[in-house]
Design a protein around this ligand. Structure first.
Ligand code: ADP
Ligand code: ADP
Length: 230
């Protein structure tokens, strides 16, 4: 589903590569954590998957397509297949919960009929049934992240990328959010890639762990902890 082939990414005016000769494959339906200290290249890895940034060398393939070969007019099509969730939620502050989720479908030109079906069903999936009329500021951080997740998956994308989605949440809420991502992975077969430096969560979930250090892949375990077992 996602393949990196000898990918190096060096940002303009920077000396060291943010990703250094990275090769890995994430198969359809997997749930993978990308771990490593701040600055190790986790966000860069995710940005390359949505072609927010080009690689400096090497190839990124998503659903069989080499992103370097993708003409700019096809980038929106790529991004429709990838839901994204961030640490800071990024909700529209002047729209209520239902409107925030519906908006993701409206911009894709989905008919209202479909939107009226999909939004309540997705709010239920994320545990926000009955909260459609709330405004973002009336919600807890965990609830706001649930809205962001609903918005990211309402179109049932095959891939969901989450960049430090629990970075602003307390430990209990963080675990709830990751369990929700795992539910979505199970129920829809969505390929989930989550960048995190939350060791408690990674240890609890025992999923695939891809560890970066200064942009170098230093560990890739099928079911691992935040720190490798001695
Ligand atoms: P992480 O997500 O693990 O914190 P990042 O991918 O954000 O790591 O950063 C990896 C490296 O790339 C860091 O050294 C960071 O300073 C650098 N970097 C990230 N984004 C940019 C950018 N837009 N321009 C220049 N350097 C960047
Ligand atoms: P075909 O029309 O031959 O069945 P597709 O509809 O799969 O092929 O693809 C048509 C074009 O759309 C391709 O040239 C490809 O670049 C682009 N495309 C298809 N799927 C994706 C994708 N997942 N991400 C980005 N671009 C895609």
């Amino acid at each position: 589903m996602i393949r990196f082939e000898n990918v190096t990414k060096t940002y303009a005016r920077s000396q060291r590569p943010a990703l250094d000769d990275l090769s890995l494959e994430i198969e359809r339906g997997q749930f993978a954590f990308v771990v490593g200290p701040s600055g190790s290249g986790k966000s860069t890895l995710l940005r390359l998957v949505i072609r927010e940034e080009p690689t400096t060398s090497g190839s990124v393939l998503v659903a069989g397509h080499d992103l370097a070969m993708l003409p700019p007019r096809k980038v929106p099509r790529l991004r429709r297949q990838i839901g994204t969730v961030f640490q800071d939620f990024r909700l529209l502050p002047n729209k209520n919960v239902t409107q925030n989720v519906a908006f993701a479908l409206q911009v894709l030109g989905k008919p209202n009929r479909a939107i009226r079906m999909l939004v309540p069903e997705t709010l239920e999936l994320v545990g926000l049934e009955g909260k459609g009329k709330r405004m973002p500021h009336e919600l807890s951080g965990g609830e706001q992240q649930r809205v962001a997740i609903a918005r990211a998956v309402v179109n049932k994308p095959p891939i969901l990328l989450a960049d430090e989605p629990t970075g602003n949440l307390d430990p209990t809420t963080s675990l709830d959010i990751v369990r929700l991502l795992a539910d979505i992975n199970n129920q829809y077969g969505t390929t989930v890639v989550m960048a995190t430096h939350d060791n408690v969560i990674v240890d609890e979930m025992q999923r695939r762990v891809i560890e970066l250090d200064h942009g170098v892949l230093v560990r890739d375990e099928a079911q691992g902890s935040y720190i490798p077992a001695p």
